[in-house]
Design a protein around this ligand. Structure first.
Ligand code: PMV
Length: 344
């Protein structure tokens, strides 16, 4: 009997310069390089077990076994791993998403970064975080960046070996994020489908790619000189340009809900009143507000006039992927699935 086990934790990240569009669907090579901030408050803990007695791959999230027809992405990723490792062992993946509220923010970024770390431990790979980022990329593009903490660039590269994450700055300065949960509705167009449709049909898409390179360059320079205002302005600009490619797709689609526009108006009004804040949003309706860490509590107070406190989550820069020990896992998640997991 062969049994290999590994454990890891990875935090989610929010892109300030967005990744939007693939040029290689097999390898997940992006059309443009991107840059994100890893967040403290949201992370995924994952245990992976490869066992010769398992008949199929399974995924359990927060104690719930996921339907087998909803784990195609995971199985595809595990096939990449099996090919690398020259094994046919099936895996049970047990994940816990740590999100302060039922925010619907559980992200594939932290999930695949944590899974990659757990797999590396299970197979005793001696790879650094950059090498692991190239593997996490095969699960989900944004996961590439979650291997590292702080500000992280995903260099698009030209092939499997060069498309990887690079830590830019630890973000231990006056910058943070306030996540606004506006609606808990599940998104109906995944980022994978949405980005592909815009690549194929939006006449704005070439502009997106061309201007993203320049935005990234300016963003890195602004981060290095800790120029909050420029970081904020570029963040908003990148998000709105990304979403403009969805509005201009054919047929059009978008991730905005009425609550999104309403919240943007509120952020703009607060900014007029002197708050240093900028918004961004991803393939969903919720806003993430970039602000000075020292000021975000007062922003939160101002937003409490419009939202309940469980809709407003304050967070700061978080760390990169970390492998966990079996003991750590056991104390975090006592008497869990690993003792009982078996196939029927
Ligand atoms: O890699 P995915 O499928 O999580 O796509 C991420 C797309 C955005 O969140 C919209 C942008 C980004 O860079 O994270």
């Amino acid at each position: 009997m062969t049994r290999k086990i590994g454990y890891a934790r990875a935090h989610t990240n929010i892109a300030l310069i967005k990744y939007w569009g693939k040029k290689d669907h097999e390898l997940f090579l992006p059309m443009n390089s991107s840059l994100s901030l890893t967040l403290d408050a949201f992370y995924t803990d994952t245990q992976v077990i490869f066992d010769s007695s398992f008949a199929e791959d399974t995924l359990t999230i927060n104690g719930e076994l996921q339907p087998s027809d909803e784990i195609n992405g995971l199985v595809r990723f595990l096939n990449v791993i099996r090919e690398k490792e020259q094994t046919d062992l099936k895996a049970h993946v047990i994940s816990h998403n740590i999100v302060p509220t039922a925010a619907g923010l559980a992200s594939s970024a932290s999930a695949y970064a944590a899974l990659t770390g757990a797999i590396a431990q299970a197979f005793n790979w001696q790879l650094d975080h950059q090498a692991l980022s190239r593997i996490a990329r095969r699960g989900s593009g944004s996961a590439t960046r979650s291997l590292f903490g702080g500000f992280v660039e995903w260099e698009m590269g030209v092939d499997d070996e060069t498309s990887q994450a690079i830590p830019i700055d630890d973000a231990q300065w006056d910058i943070g994020m306030l996540v606004m949960i506006l609606t808990r509705q599940k998104k109906d167009i995944s980022s994978r489908v949405g980005m592909q449709h815009t690549v194929e049909t939006s006449p704005f898409y070439t502009n997106w790619v061309e201007t993203a390179a320049q935005d990234l360059k300016q963003m890195k320079a602004a981060i290095y000189r800790q120029d909050f205002q420029t970081v904020g302005e570029l963040t908003e600009h990148s998000a709105m340009k990304m979403h403009a490619t969805t509005f201009s797709a054919n047929p059009p689609f978008f991730y905005f809900e009425p609550e999104t526009i309403h919240a943007i108006r509120i952020i703009q009004a607060l900014r007029k009143q002197g708050h240093h804040i900028y918004y961004t949003l991803d393939a969903g309706p919720n806003l993430k507000v970039l602000g000075k860490r020292s000021e975000l509590e007062s922003v939160r107070q101002a937003l409490l006039e419009h939202y309940s406190s469980d809709q407003l989550i304050l967070t700061q820069a978080g760390p990169g992927m970390r492998q966990l020990s079996a003991d750590e896992w056991a104390s975090l998640y006592p008497t869990r699935e690993e003792d009982t997991s078996h196939d029927h």
